[in-house]
Design a protein. Sequence first.
Length: 138
Amino acid sequence: MPEDVREHVYQALSDAALGVMAGSAKPFGEDKRLAKVMKIVKDARDGNSYRGAYTIEFPEAIWVLDVFAKKSTQGIKTPKADIDRIFERLKSLRRYRKAPDGKRVVDALLAELATKADKAKEDERKMHAPRHRKPKGT
């Protein structure tokens, strides 16, 4: 994958992790099975078009399902084989999250998010707390 595509996909995923949808990201609306899957679209300097697929279905993380060169002969439509592969990976992710190892990973990610949220709240509270000045001459 060309460097400009890797950088673009990385930036779009970083935005998604912050809760911001990149301009090149949009719902993967071509198939109802992928209702909570987003796609990143990037046309590269090499003349190829690339897609990244990630899910926003789960609260603990942005899970990347696929990144691929789009080889469709049907205009902008994503080929069925690519859609089926993304759906199979989404199903596999759902199974993994329910398995013991997956549950441990999800629990750790959720705990990390809770810790970060608590720290952000504390930082916000400190920023807006009134500052008391010592009276002059004391």
